[in-house]
Each structure stands twice: as structure tokens, then as C-alpha cells.
Ligand binder design. Structure first.
Ligand code: NAD
Length: 379
């Protein structure tokens, strides 16, 4: 390992089961070095994303075993949060830059604090214009929305587009997208490209225009008020009982006519809202497919099980525990650029290191000086 110069960034191989992504690519390694950092990559960190150790070396990184990579590092990059026990050799106060699942993995956050690390949760990036290029939730949700439709299409025993053949006509699939955030918008676009007839719903009224602009049909609760405009920070909150009842009735009448349903509804910091019950599934046509993108957050669909195709009433229900990991190369490329954009936006040339501002720093910082400091975790 060469003598570190400037800030040393360690790029770890992901250790979580099923995680195929990597937090830096040769492209971002080059750009980080151009900023003035030294980058050390753990052996085989990119192998699941089709990036070899030689590719990282050619980009200017050191490649080595985990202890060497972490030794003296000021910044540790991960896709998922690394085990705090692994990080002993880092510099005091080193940054951990990853998606840290702060609500789900609170004990790990506490351990980062106890170790004196500064943990920066990339999923807490504020939804503001200047942070868009750093927003890992958006980049990964976009790919997940695409993959959900592709996986559902693969499981569906019929075709998506209408086809007129000599042997007769194949009719177009009807696809319903529930939850029109970043993933839902990409799911609508993908299903349309494949030739399906697409409809979509959300609780935020601002999505109606977006659905129409993609050539899909909005299906909205009309008699009970939903969330006006974008909602707070673009996010939904839990809906009233009255709204939930009206939504259930609307969904029941619509869903029975659908071939493919993709659910993407999430509420930050809470379990995913239940959108489809077993009784509603029973009204669907046998052979229909439901893809539950929220399955890892508790599921939008009754009976969905992560990484399994469950059959109920002849309907196949599926969902992945980690959808972006099914597109490792693109998901890594976008995620790695998000991390690079984050560091480079705050790179202080004089100090030779990134210095965060209040708006973004306070939003993403979970721990500092031995304590948990994030308002969302304390409040
Ligand atoms: P999300 O993943 O939190 O939720 C997915 C969708 O589910 C949301 O549209 C939400 O309204 C919807 N939903 C929640 N409960 C529902 C229910 N009961 N029934 C139906 N739908 C329900 O959302 P997201 O993908 O993170 O995007 C949310 C918004 O933030 C979007 O408008 C997006 O354009 C915006 N955004 C802005 C920025 C930025 O400005 N930097 C970046 C990313 C996203």
C-alpha cells in the first residue's frame, strides 16, 4: 500500500447477504483522486458489479485486504452500513458514508457513536434541488421501478404489448402502479414502453399531472381529500381512516380488471402502508402478477414474501428484498456518482477535505463526538 496523501477514502466490499453493489466505480475513483483524495478499495469489492480489481488499479486506487484499506482512512464508503467492529483502524472521527437504515439499525448507529465515528446517512439527504445529484434514494428507486416491471413481465404468462398475428390477436396487458414517487414514475414509463395499458394512483394530488404526462390514466380517490400538491418535502404521511376506506373501495373495483400491479408506496420512518388485501387479490384474474416494491419495508400487499413468488387465488405475488441489487452495474454507477457528487460539492480546497454545511450536514449526520446528534433520531 502506498503512503496515503490527502484524505484517504476506503471503499469496502459489501458484506450484507444479497448485496451486489459497490460504492465507488473506476469513474468515481478517478474523480475522487482528481479532488485530491487517495482511494483504497477492498479486494473484489466490485466483482458482483462486473468491476475487477485491475479496473480500480487502472483508475489509480490502491487495492488490498480490508485491514489495509481501512487503516488510517478518514472516510469510509459503503452501500449498506459497515459493521462498526470492522472500523477500528480508521482515523478518529472518520466519516462513514453509506445508507445506514437509521431507524431499522439503531443499535448500529449507537455503535458508530460509541466508536467516535461520524456516520452520514445518505438516505437522509434532503429533497432539495441542489441535493438532487446526491440523492441515493432517487437513483436507486428509479432503477428499482424499472426492474419491478421487467421482473413482473418475466413472471407473467402473457405478453405486455398488443400483437396482431396470423394466429389471432394478443391483447395488451393492463398495468396498475400504486404510489407514484420516483420508482412509480419509472414503473409507469417502463410498462408503457413495453406496450401495456397503464393506470396509476397516489395520495399526493401533484402526481396526477405526472401520470397524465407519461400517457397513463390517473385513478384517484375523489370524495375524500388526499394530500394537496407534493406533500411535505415530497413525502406522504399516514392517511386518515376515512381516506383509507375510500382508497380500499376504489382499489377493489379497479384491481379486479388488472393483469399487473406494481406497488411502491412508502412513508418515511414507518412501515409501508397496506394497499392490497387478500380479499382484493381474490377478485383478480388467475395469472395476474403483483410486484410489491415495498416488501422489505413491511409490504404494501398482504401475503407478499421477499424474494419469493407466492401464489394466492391464482395470482402471483412477488418482490425483492433489495431490488437495485438486481441491477448491480447500473445501480453501483449511479450510487457511486451520488457519493462523489456529495463529497465534491463540499470539498474545501484549502483544507483538502470535505466540509459540510448546516442544511445538508445536519440532515445526514447521525453521530458526532461520541453522540447521536440527528434530530430525526432524537425527536
Ligand atoms: P416514497 O418512496 O417515499 O413513496 C413512494 C410513493 O408512495 C410516494 O409518491 C407517496 O406519495 C406514495 N404513497 C404513500 N402512501 C400511499 C398510499 N397510501 N397510497 C398510494 N400512494 C402512497 O417517494 P419518493 O419516490 O421518494 O418520492 C416522493 C417525492 O419526492 C416525489 O414527488 C419526487 O419527485 C420527490 N423528490 C424530490 C427530490 C428533490 O427535489 N431533490 C428528489 C427525489 C424525489
Amino acid at each position: 500500500m502506498t503512503e496515503p496523501q490527502g484524505q484517504r477514502i476506503a471503499v469496502l466490499k459489501e458484506r450484507a447477504a444479497g448485496e451486489t453493489r459497490v460504492s465507488a466505480t473506476p469513474e468515481t475513483v478517478k474523480k475522487l483522486i482528481a479532488l485530491g483524495a487517495a482511494v483504497s478499495v477492498e479486494c473484489r469489492a466490485g466483482s458482483n458489479a462486473s468491476i475487477s480489481d485491475e479496473d480500480y488499479l487502472a483508475a489509480g486506487a490502491d487495492v488490498g485486504p480490508v485491514e489495509a484499506v481501512l487503516s488510517g482512512a478518514e472516510i469510509v464508503f459503503g452501500v449498506q452500513g459497515p459493521d462498526p467492529a470492522l472500523l477500528g483502524g480508521t482515523k478518529p472521527g472518520a466519516w462513514v458514508v453509506a445508507t445506514l437504515d437509521p431507524f431499522g439499525q439503531r443499535a448500529r448507529v449507537d455503535a458508530y457513536a460509541a466508536a467516535g465515528l461520524e456516520a452520514l446517512a445518505m438516505e437522509f439527504m434532503p429533497r432539495i434541488t441542489r441535493a438532487q445529484s446526491m440523492d441515493v434514494l432517487s437513483s436507486q428507486s428509479n432503477l428499482a421501478g424499472y426492474k419491478a416491471v421487467i421482473a413482473a413481465a418475466d413472471t407473467y404468462g402473457r405478453a405486455f404489448p398488443m400483437m396482431m398475428t396470423a394466429a389471432g390477436t394478443v391483447s395488451a396487458a393492463k398495468c396498475f402502479v400504486m404510489g407514484v414517487g420516483v420508482a412509480g414514475l419509472q414503473a409507469i414509463a417502463t410498462a408503457r414502453r413495453l406496450g401495456a395499458q397503464v393506470s396509476a394512483t397516489d395520495v399526493r394530488s401533484a402526481t396526477k399531472e405526472q401520470i397524465l404526462s407519461l400517457g397513463a390514466k390517473p385513478i384517484f380517490v375523489e370524495n375524500v381529500a388526499g394530500i394537496e400538491g407534493e406533500g411535505s418535502g415530497g413525502y406522504a404521511t399516514e392517511m386518515s381512516e376515512e381516506y383509507q376506506k375510500a382508497q380500499a373501495e376504489l382499489v377493489s373495483s379497479h384491481i379486479a380488471k388488472q393483469d399487473i400491479v406494481v406497488t411502491t408506496a412508502l412513508i418515511p420512518g414507518r412501515a409501508a402502508p397496506r394497499l392490497i388485501t387478500d380479499a382484493q387479490i381474490a377478485t383478480m384474474k388467475p395469472g395476474s402478477v403483483i410486484f410489491d416494491l415495498a416488501v422489505a419495508q413491511g409490504g404494501n400487499v398482504e401475503g407478499s414474501v421477499a424474494d419469493q413468488v407466492v401464489e394466492r387465488h391464482g395470482v402471483k405475488i412477488m418482490g425483492f428484498s433489495n431490488t437495485p441489487a438486481h441491477l448491480p452495474a447500473d445501480a453501483s454507477a449511479l450510487y457511486a456518482r451520488n457519493l462523489f457528487n456529495f463529497l465534491s460539492a463540499f470539498w474545501d480546497k484549502e483544507q483538502g477535505k470535505p466540509v459540510l454545511d448546516e442544511e445538508i450536514g445536519d440532515a445526514v449526520r447521525l453521530t458526532q463526538g461520541g453522540k447521536v446528534v440527528n434530530a430525526r433520531l432524537l425527536g
